[in-house]
Design a protein around this ligand. Sequence first.
Ligand code: SAH
Ligand code: SF4
Ligand code: F3S
Length: 470
Amino acid sequence: MQKSTVEVSQEQLARQKTAMERVRRLSESIPHQPLAFVDTYGCQQNEADSEKIRGMLSVMGYGFTQSESEADVIVINTCAVRENAEHRVLGNIGALVHTKRAKPSQIIAVCGCMVQQEHITDTLRRSYRHVDLVFGPQALWRFPELLEKMLTERGRLFETAEEPGVIAEGLPVRREGSIKAWLSIMVGCNNFCSYCIVPYVRGRERSRRPEKVIEEARELIAEGYKDITLLGQNVNSYGRGADYGVDFPELLSRLSELDGSFLLRFMTSHPKDASEHLFQVMAESPKIARHIHLPFQAGSDRILKAMNRNYTKARYLELIDMARHYMPDIILTSDVIVGFPGETQEDFEETMSLLRTVRFDALFTFIYSKREGTPAAKMEDGTPRDVIQARFDELVALQDAISAEKHAAFVGKTLKVLVDGETGDARYPLSARTNGNRLIRLTGAPSAIGSFVQARVTDSNKWSLFGEIL
Ligand code: SAH
Ligand code: SF4
Ligand code: F3S
């Protein structure tokens, strides 16, 4: 069996390190500190990647700005999961032609999932001539070398050849906040759900060594992070194909045994790989959030099959029952797609009935978006757009009502919450998260930010809870 983990060699990493040192000297040789603007689209994996890009830029002597016109280097980290996201990105990249005209020395880099598609790189090459550097997710760890090349040789560089993907340990990271942290445990995806572009742009599934993950978690806890989210496209297949002898429940269990006051979260979980053992581990440790994001995508077995999801509605409901058996108070969230090719009214009703049965606390709802190169893109669909939109609206209305009811049930309760920032709203100036990751806005003083506190829930709506610190 092919080992799914290919680590970047020490030599290759050392080469990036010396490239970073050389760029740093370049940065220090100019009168003002050079500035970078990093913009991120898409999922948490992309957020985590951007933290690495910022980490590398920081080591290379760059400061950061929120202004495109001020920046010496612009990095746009893109997402390809749905078409409207791509349109937005292309629009914003197009607008950079003006900043570049005003500042010709500016380097514009585009990276992330979108550029791992040939038609996109072709478009960038032909119609976005102000873009200098293009590199895919698999080339991210080589960013120092690529940037150095841009600085010393100029010209355009496209680093998007198809690669199975590697794991690069030890890249510098510059995290956004000081309370919550992303911790990537695996990258890539092998599932090939028929509608999804991710496996094509992110490469094959590969898992970090458990000792590396544990070491990073230890560092985060020592630095004071209180809320750590383990990231992967499908965390439940952690370790598969590698010889670590540690699966996801085992990794989670080991992490939960670390000393300190913190909460572990994880996402995303694929239902086909969720196990009873996972729920047992979750139920046993107060350091693991009682929340699972378990995307179901569709309620109809026929559609689930066409989606290549490898579970049925009955199996999904069985998993939900199992989770609730071990943790009656578990918070459940999910993703759903409306308008998959060939989805009929009956199929859609199955999705609605699943919603009514499970009663998710929150749901991420999407209209199917055709992704060129995926099997679903070749499937016939005669459903008119307005019918799909009407179904979508009906589904959102049902979920809004359920979310509002679920939130209302918290009113009067006292919960342990983590205060994570300010809201800018004078009535409820603090924002916090419950154990199940529900947003709660609180009265109280900013000194509570960064601490777990007891809060009494006083009010709610469909999006959030409101309360006071006790
Ligand atoms: N790996 C995660 C999902 C990553 S993409 C998982 O399997 O759970 C996040 C969500 O985007 C998916 O769960 C799905 O609901 C949605 N999505 C993915 N491809 C899509 C497409 N082509 N059209 C509409 N929604 C899509
Ligand atoms: Fe896409 Fe499916 Fe992989 Fe999730 S599990 S990233 S939906 S292919
Ligand atoms: Fe988008 Fe890539 Fe994430 S396609 S959803 S940024 S893995």
